[in-house]
Design a protein around this ligand. Structure first.
Ligand code: PLP
Length: 415
C-alpha cells in the first residue's frame, strides 16, 4: 500500500471551528463584520500582548498593503524590503507605484542584515536626496530577525518598520512576540500558515488612532454621513465573520500548534545530527525563539544525491507542490539562478517517496519582475537559495513521518 503523502504544512482543526461558524449562521452574521471578527481580534490582541490593537483582514497581503499606506507610501517613494522572502512582502509596494529597494540577509537568521540596511539607506539618501518611507523586515520560516539591531538603524534614520510576521506568528525575540516591535506587524492565516482562517490575515497596530485609520481604509473609507460620502480611496479588506469563526477555533490550539512545530524541528535536529553534509537551520542565540513554521535544511554543495545528473532536463509543467491557481507554462528548464542539482534531486527523491519538499524562497532581487529595482546584495540569500530545502513541519506531521523523511534523505545520499 502506498504511504499517505506528507505535506509541508497542512491546516489542522481544533474541532471548535464549526461551533463558531454555526453561530455566525444562526445569528445571521454572514458578513465581513460581526461577533466572530471582534472576538478573533480580541483573541489576537491577548495573544500578542504589548497593548497592541489588531485589525482582522482578508489576507496577509492586504495587511502589508494597508500598513504601507498608513506609513505614507505613495507613487515614486522607495521602501526598503528584505529580498529573501515570498513575493507578498514586496508586491504591495508595487501596487502603490512605489519602488522596493531590496536588502540582503545575514547568515545567522537569514533575515535582513542590519549593517547592510544602514549602508543601503545612506546610499539611497545620497543617490536620491530622499529617505525611504518604510522598512519591511521578514521573519523567514518563522525565524526572528535581529530586530533590536534593525530597530536601532530604523531609529537612527527615523523610518518606520513594518514587520512581516506572516510566517512568524508566535515566534519571539527576548520573550516579546514578533510583530509587536515595529510600527505595524503583519500576520497571515492562509491555509498553510501557523493557524488558518482558510484565507485571512491581520495587522497589528500601535494604538487606537492607527487602528481606526486601518479599519477606515479596510472598509471602503466612508465618511460619517447618512449616505455614502468618500474623501479617500478605501479597500474591501475586512475578514469575513465566517472565516473569523475558524480563527477563533484555531486560537484555542495555537499554543499546541507552535509547540508541535518546535517539537518536529527538534526531532529533525536529532535525526540529522550525524548526517554529514546536511545542516538544520536553528535559533542562532538564546534571544531568538522561532516557531519553526517550516523546518529548513541546507545541503552541502559537495553532497552527492541519487539522480542529480538528470535533474533540470525537462521543462516543468504546473507549480511545484501543486500550489493553488494557474501557473504560466515555463519557457525553459533553467533560469539564471536555481537550486543546486543535489537539492533538486533530493526534492524529487522525496516527491517519489510521497513527501512534499520545496526550495527556499528565491530572493526578490533575482526575480525578473523586480530586475529594475535597486538592490543591496551580499550573496547570502542567493547562496542559501541554492542549497536549501523546506521539509514538512505542520501539525499533521507525526514523529513517524519525520523518521521516515530523514530515512528517505539518508538513502538518497550517495557515499
Ligand atoms: C504568506 C505570506 C504573506 C502573505 O499572506 P497571505 O495571507 O497569503 O496574503 C506575506 N509575507 C510572507 C513572508 C508570507 O509567507
Amino acid at each position: 500500500m502506498e504511504r499517505k503523502r506528507v505535506y509541508l504544512c497542512l491546516a489542522h482543526m481544533s474541532g471548535k471551528e464549526m461551533d463558531y461558524i454555526k453561530e455566525a449562521f444562526d445569528t445571521n452574521w454572514v458578513v465581513p463584520l460581526g461577533p466572530n471578527v471582534n472576538g478573533f481580534e480580541k483573541d489576537l490582541e491577548e495573544f500578542v500582548g504589548e497593548e497592541k490593537r489588531v485589525v482582522a483582514l482578508s489576507s496577509g497581503t492586504s495587511a502589508v498593503h494597508l500598513s504601507l499606506i498608513a506609513c505614507g507610501v505613495g507613487a515614486g517613494d522607495e521602501v526598503m524590503v528584505q529580498s529573501f522572502t515570498f513575493c507578498a512582502s514586496s508586491n504591495p509596494v508595487k501596487y502603490l507605484g512605489a519602488t522596493p529597494v531590496f536588502v540582503d540577509s545575514e547568515r545567522d537568521t537569514w533575515n535582513m542584515d542590519p549593517q547592510l540596511l544602514d549602508e543601503a539607506i545612506a546610499d539611497r539618501v545620497a543617490k536620491t536626496g530622499r529617505k525611504p518611507k518604510a522598512i519591511i523586515v521578514v521573519y523567514l520560516y518563522g525565524m526572528p530577525a535581529k530586530i533590536s539591531e534593525l530597530l536601532a538603524v530604523a531609529d537612527k534614520w527615523n523610518i518606520p518598520v513594518i514587520e512581516d510576521a506572516a510566517e512568524g506568528f508566535g515566534s519571539s525575540y527576548k520573550g516579546q512576540i514578533c510583530g509587536t516591535f515595529g510600527r505595524y506587524g503583519v500576520l497571515s492565516f492562509n491555509g498553510n500558515k501557523m493557524i488558518t482562517t482558510s484565507g485571512g490575515g491581520a495587522l497589528i497596530c500601535p494604538d487606537d488612532k492607527a487602528w481606526n485609520e486601518i479599519m477606515f481604509l479596510a472598509t471602503q473609507a466612508r465618511e460619517s454621513y447618512p449616505y455614502y460620502q468618500h474623501e479617500h480611496i478605501g479597500y474591501n479588506y475586512r475578514l469575513s465573520n465566517v472565516c473569523a469563526g475558524i480563527g477563533r477555533g484555531q486560537m484555542t490550539v495555537v499554543s499546541e500548534h507552535i509547540a508541535h512545530h518546535r517539537h518536529v524541528h527538534e526531532l529533525y535536529k536529532q535525526l540529522f545530527a550525524n548526517v554529514e553534509g546536511i545542516t538544520v537551520h536553528d535559533n542562532a542565540t538564546s534571544d531568538i525563539n522561532s516557531n519553526f513554521w517550516l523546518c529548513t535544511i541546507l545541503l552541502d554543495e559537495h553532497l552527492h544525491v541519487e539522480g542529480e545528473e538528470d535533474v533540470y532536463a525537462e521543462v516543468v509543467s504546473g507549480a511545484v507542490g501543486g500550489a493553488a491557481g494557474v501557473t504560466h507554462a515555463a519557457k525553459s528548464a533553467h533560469t539564471k539562478l536555481e537550486p543546486n542539482r543535489n537539492v533538486e534531486a533530493m526534492r524529487i527523491a522525496l516527491d517519489k517517496a510521497n513527501v512534499e519538499a520545496r526550495p527556499l524562497w528565491k530572493p526578490m532581487h533575482r526575480q525578473p519582475v523586480y530586475s529594475d529595482c535597486p538592490c543591496y546584495a551580499n550573496g547570502v540569500s542567493e547562496s542559501l537559495f541554492k542549497c536549501g530545502l523546506c521539509l514538512p513541519s505542520g501539525p499533521c506531521v507525526s514523529d513517524e513521518d519525520v523518521t521516515y523523511i530523514v530515512d528517505v534523505i539518508k538513502r538518497a545520499i550517495l557515499h
